[in-house]
Design a protein around this ligand. Structure first.
Ligand code: F6P
Length: 409
């Protein structure tokens, strides 16, 4: 390689997820087409300085990685470059480290650094940008909690994994007439739980965005019993709050680590068993959601992210992050992407559809559910000729009668 050839650097930072290799491959191929050489830094931001550690990325060593989970470059969560504490408290990166990175970038003839990461990792990229290091961002996380993009890659693969788990739990729950509680990841967003719950036929979905109580969950189990369905699938997001408002954690926040959520599945299962005297089991999916090959959707999304990140470098749009606003690949300033959690809209279409199917979010009694459903499905006032109040009332009565009949069976 002639030293004058311009290079694009790429790194993968934070928790891994399916699709990281697809981004690396996409960026490498797109960079070559535009006349750049690509190099990949090892272990996230750590490989940038003291000691510098990288590999040249070629068609040869990125061939076949599209389908591989994990990242061939390795990753580090937090480490020396931590730029946030908790969800959004800014920590300043040591200027000595920043100077070291700037020097690496200059010495290796890097014209743009593609930083692939979630909220915390993109906050590091933002401080690089403020220091004058040419960076662009790519949004990654199974949690799908970055508000600047419709989807982060890795999310679809995680949902697919959780859905597969529910499919499996369904049959064993039915055989043994048990309540099965599946705990899924997602931090403070309920996207994985909501989507897997809908796709996998969950009966109860508990998420951080909707306050719930045990009475309503028990009522749902009893309602199913009354309908002859003597098993129930409960999906609970790791970040869902207990009725008292507390989250269940495995490890509290440390100086260099964020809070590790986890354990709510067992708490929910134990309480349901105590109240209902019904056999209840818990499955905690954990890091299975982060491993394995990316789904087709994530391969396409991650490949597009890789290619468009190279376009941003080519266009010298530093300090920006690629984002997906279907069907377009846009970009936003990284500052607009970080510290803004995207959470499930409790009134959104997916929650409404789930409720219409009879899925409980643990926040409504059976009576409230029937009445809400009727209001939701009733014609809007301009659809109803004449007295629309009467139409709504009639639908409420019908829904309540249907529910009573189901419970009486
Ligand atoms: O942010 C991705 C994620 O998998 C979360 O869903 C989960 O809470 C966390 O990372 C787990 O982190 P770690 O791999 O450090 O245990």
């Amino acid at each position: 390689m002639s030293q004058s050839k311009q290079r694009i650097g790429i790194l993968t930072s934070g928790g891994d997820c399916p699709g990281l290799n697809a981004v690396i491959r996409g960026a490498t191929k797109a960079a070559r087409q535009l006349g750049y050489e690509c190099i990949g830094f090892h272990k996230g931001y750590e490989g940038l300085v003291d000691p510098v550690s990288y590999m040249t990325l070629s068609d040869r060593n990125t061939s076949g990685i599209l389908t591989q989970g994990g990242t061939i470059l390795g990753s580090t969560n937090k480490g020396r470059f931590a730029a946030t504490k908790g969800v959004d408290q800014r920590l300043s990166i040591d200027p000595e480290l920043l100077r070291g990175v700037a020097q690496t970038v200059e010495q290796l003839n890097i014209c743009g650094l593609v930083c692939v990461g979630g909220d915390g990792s993109l906050a590091i990229a933002q401080q690089f940008h403020e220091f004058g290091i040419p960076v662009v961002g790519v949004p990654k996380t199974i949690d799908n909690d970055l508000s600047a993009t419709a989807y982060t890659f890795g999310f679809d693969s995680a949902v697919t994994c959780a859905t597969d788990a529910l499919d499996r739990l369904h049959t064993t729950a039915a055989s043994h007439e048990r309540i099965m509680v599946l705990e899924v990841m997602g931090r403070h967003a309920g996207w994985i739980a909501l989507n897997a719950g809908i796709a996998g036929g969950g009966d109860v979905i508990l998420i951080p965005e909707i306050a719930w109580n045990f009475e309503n969950v028990c009522q749902k189990v009893l309602e199913r019993d009354a309908m002859g369905k003597r098993f129930t699938l409960v999906v609970v997001a790791e970040g869902a709050e207990l009725p008292g408002g507390e989250t269940v954690v495995q490890e509290s926040e440390q100086q260099d680590r964020q809070t590790r959520l986890g354990g709510i599945g067992n708490v929910v299962a134990a309480e349901l068993e105590r109240r209902l005297r019904r056999e209840t089991r818990t499955a905690v999916l954990g890091h299975l959601q982060r491993g394995g090959p990316p789904t087709t959707f994530d391969r396409v999304l991650a490949t597009q992210y890789g290619a468009h990140a190279v376009r941003l470098v080519y266009q010298r749009r530093f300090g920006e992050m690629i984002c997906y606003h279907p069907p377009a690949m846009d970009s936003v300033p990284i500052t607009a992407a970080i510290h803004r959690l995207s959470q499930v809209d409790p009134e959104g279409a997916a929650v409404q559809a789930a409720r219409a199917l009879g899925i409980s979010f643990g926040d409504r009694s059976a009576d409230q559910i029937a009445s809400d459903l009727a209001k939701w499905s009733a014609p809007t006032s301009h659809e109803v000729a004449g007295d629309d109040e009467t139409a709504v009332d009639r639908t409420v009565d019908q829904a309540e009668a249907a529910l009573e009949a189901a419970l009486a069976e």
